[in-house]
Design a protein around this ligand. Structure first.
Ligand SMILES: [Zn+2]
Length: 211
């Protein structure tokens, strides 16, 4: 009797937790907005929890095979909205903007319609390209990356490591890789620090204006 109770408890936990885990990825994949993420994941979690408990009770008198099948169907079914999301790597913000991966910073924050990244602020338009005296989009991306990865602190080593979620709440596309090398960034950094020393006052003013 005691062992049956224990097995039942395991089943209950499995029916509650597995669909929950499966469903709660939804918010993460669907929106970049932190608050909405919690809301979507919470709602998905409620549905999953209810379905899980229902699944547990409906199959309580059934064989182990039936229970496993129902559980697997629940887990897969609840993961489907996340898997079937329109083109992975694209998410929608609270305002309905579709974001794709920014080629410069790697965060899913690039507004393809406006050709502007809401995370790093890079603007990838032909106009910007000509303004900077560049001839290709690729050189613009490389240029943006060179500056992006220069450490503010002169003594810090160049690193391509970035947090999974940016300060502004955008998600890093894990498959993204920078097109510049660390050596190229280091070279650019020397120049940057040199300029910063010579035009120290100017840099300070620009920084203040941005705030
Ligand atoms: Zn960016």
């Amino acid at each position: 009797m005691k062992s049956k109770l224990n097995t039942d408890q395991y089943w209950f936990v499995a029916f509650l937790v597995l669909p929950l885990i499966s469903a709660m990825q939804f918010g993460d994949a669907y929106t970049t907005d932190k608050g909405m993420k919690v809301l979507y994941s919470g709602l998905a979690g409620l549905v999953a929890g209810a379905l899980g408990v229902a699944g547990y009770y409906f199959t309580s008198k059934r064989s182990v095979t039936v229970r496993v099948v129902v559980l697997v169907v629940l887990v897969i079914g609840l993961a489907l909205p996340t898997i079937l999301m329109p083109q992975s790597g694209q998410v929608m913000s609270k305002d309905g903007i579709v974001y794709s991966t920014c080629p410069v910073c790697g965060y899913i924050a690039f507004n393809a319609q406006e050709k502007h990244c809401d995370n790093c602020g890079e603007e990838l338009t032909e106009e910007e390209m000509h303004k900077n005296g560049l001839t290709s989009l690729d050189s613009m991306i490389r240029m943006g990356q060179l500056y992006q990865f220069i450490p503010e602190d002169e003594k810090a080593a160049v690193s391509f490591e970035q947090p999974a979620v940016s300060e502004d709440g955008y998600t890093l596309d894990k498959s993204w890789r920078p097109s510049v090398t660390k050596a190229e960034v280091e070279k650019e950094a020397l120049q940057y620090y040199e300029n910063r020393r010579t035009h120290h006052v100017k840099v300070e003013i620009i920084k203040k204006e941005q705030k």
